[in-house]
Design a protein. Structure first.
Ligand code: SF4
Ligand code: SF4
Ligand code: FES
Length: 318
């Protein structure tokens, strides 16, 4: 999104109305219960539903992946991936995940325009992915892989990540979560799970365009140095092998001869051994400081910050 200002002298800051990636996303669904016809089958969905809810309620003619829509816990849709396009009689081809289920809507999943849009958009998603399924810990339980198989993708029309770009180092520093940004499709699910559901505020999207990536709100460089509390929710909602719980990051890999890197290729940031408990050193330091401050306020504490470990990163938590 461009940050260039137009004539906005009296306009409120954009963030007053829109806070992407937070629970303040505006409601997208229908105002009331709605009866929708999907591929000839009528289905009635609850108030607040979008077309994807109706599509998921029936046996459709074509598969509709919906990769940036989690469908539970208020996570998504971000309307980013556009792999959920369907055709409606009234509005043409629309993203099902973020289109309200209007009463009387007629939806077709196998209309040419919708099927082509889904196929092109899935290939666009794959063009930012390395497709190294045989050495990925999510092999066999990956939503992106499922979508590609359903769509009979043999050769993504725009190539894959390997064809054109340098690899990001694999972040293997945390004792609990591995991050392989070379498999990230920027669906934002992990950011919402961390910020809106767990309310830990660890993850964020950073950068723009081709440089957009998952990063840390504390500006930490690695997972180990971040404020992550290792709840694992981000890995649970990730539709690809980009975030995988440690211990199963290699569980489904089929090693290739001569292939020495874990889960991806290129450089890896390894664990330093500092992160031993459920919290990273940075999070522990932050919590200890907060507790010490509370004790001081209530007069219980006495001297400043006993037991506060040195912040190894010297980073300030905002
Ligand atoms: S494991 Fe860490 S980064 Fe992931 S959701 Fe939990 S606190 Fe956030
Ligand atoms: S790490 Fe996973 S959940 Fe997070 S944006 Fe990337 S693909 Fe989506
Ligand atoms: S699931 Fe609809 S745009 Fe991604």
């Amino acid at each position: 999104m461009s940050s260039e200002s137009h004539d906005t002298t009296d306009a409120p800051p954009l963030t007053e109305d829109i806070a992407p990636g937070t629970a303040t996303d505006p409601p997208l669904g229908s105002a009331d219960r709605a009866t929708v016809t999907v591929d000839g089958t009528e289905v009635t969905v609850a108030a607040g539903s979008t077309l994807i809810d109706a599509v998921e309620a029936v046996d459709t003619d074509d598969s509709v992946p919906a990769l940036c829509h989690y469908g539970r816990e208020g996570i998504g849709p971000r309307s980013e991936c556009r792999t959920c396009m369907v055709e409606t009689d009234a509005h043409g081809v629309v993203p099902a995940c973020s289109f309200p289920a209007e009463d009387g809507a007629v939806v077709s999943t196998d209309a040419d325009g919708a099927a082509t849009a889904r196929s092109v958009n899935l290939d666009l998603v794959l063009s930012n992915h390395n497709l190294r399924c045989t050495t990925c810990g999510k092999n066999g339980r990956c939503e992106l892989q499922d979508a590609a198989i359903e769509e009979d993708v043999e050769e993504p029309r725009y190539g894959v990540f390997d064809d054109r770009d340098a690899y990001e180092p694999l972040d293997d520093t945390s004792s609990f979560i591995q991050i392989d940004r070379n498999k990230c499709i920027l669906c934002n699910r992990c950011v919402e799970a961390c910020n809106d559901v767990q309310v830990e505020g660890v993850l964020r999207m950073e950068g723009s365009g081709q440089d957009t990536r998952i990063g840390f709100q504390s500006d930490a460089e690695t997972m180990e140095a971040s404020t992550c509390v290792s709840c694992g929710h981000c890995a649970t909602v990730c539709p690809t092998g980009s975030l995988v719980e440690k211990g199963i990051e290699d569980a489904t890999t089929i090693p290739l001869p001569g292939f020495t890197q874990k889960n991806s290729i290129g450089k890896a940031y390894e664990n330093t051994g500092r992160s031993k408990g459920p919290m990273t050193p940075k999070k522990r330091a932050q919590r200890a400081k907060e507790e010490a401050a509370t004790e001081n306020e209530t007069g219980d504490g006495g001297d400043a910050t006993p037991g506060v470990p040195e912040d190894p990163d010297g980073g300030e938590w905002p």
